[in-house]
Design a protein around this ligand. Sequence first.
Ligand SMILES: C[S@@+](CC[C@H](N)C(=O)[O-])C[C@H]1O[C@@H](n2cnc3c(N)ncnc32)[C@H](O)[C@@H]1O
Length: 263
Amino acid sequence: MLSFDVIGDIAIIKCFPILLKQKNISIDIFAKILEKNKHIKTVLCQKGGINGEYRLGNLEWVFGEQKTDTVHKEYGCKFYVDLNHVYFSPRLSFERMRIAQETKNGEKILNMFGGVGSFSIMISRYVSISKIYSIDINPKAIQYALKNIKLNKINNKIVSIMGDARYITMTHLSNKVDRVLMPLPLKSFEYLIYAVRALKKRGMIHYYDFVHSTKSEDPIEKVTQKVSINLCKQGIDHGIKFARNIRSIGPNWHQIVLDIKIK
Ligand SMILES: C[S@@+](CC[C@H](N)C(=O)[O-])C[C@H]1O[C@@H](n2cnc3c(N)ncnc32)[C@H](O)[C@@H]1O
């Protein structure tokens, strides 16, 4: 069985070289995807993993309408994305709703790696928050975040800021927020100290990480230890309130989330 992600009306399959070589077989498979899923208009192939600072996939059009932009709907929110220019994953949909449910009315929030606004918009739609600062270093992500804020009719609550989360946090957001989101596993560990700085005296950090673990190791325990040792070394009193293995991202590789309460 060929597995694929669906973003709006675009299906994205991981491209195995054999599929590309045997062109007739691949066309047949792509046609079947469209036939079985009437709402899908385009099939794109993702060659390799997600790469670079902006976390983009190397996508190639293979079937249907030639386009890379679409509107993805999730829990009543709409996200307009162009997958050639911005990151988006439908696999984080449960996580977005989970964070929205954790958030309390009146909170100020920092989303250090906001992308097209997916977490920020979901939270704003379901909770009466005070403000979310949604930072991203990719100018296109900010452009799409602004479009999505309008599309979802969310006024004033989300402040989109283009730049490096470390710099913006240190210059403008120290001791300002109740909750920090860090949905960039590759940089979360390095940026954790800045997330702590952004918090008022107490607060919650949603920390995402990738971890490799053998069969005898517990991936959640591994990330918990790494983070706790780091925070303890810096004298930061904390507790891990929740942890979850979000998904497998390759053989023995996992994406983990920790909800860290800073005391
Ligand atoms: C994995 S994506 C997550 C985006 C969004 N939160 C989502 O789930 O759809 C990580 C985002 O972080 C942005 N990014 C990378 N380095 C950054 C930095 N130093 N400061 C701010 N944003 C950064 C990338 O451009 C990308 O949009």
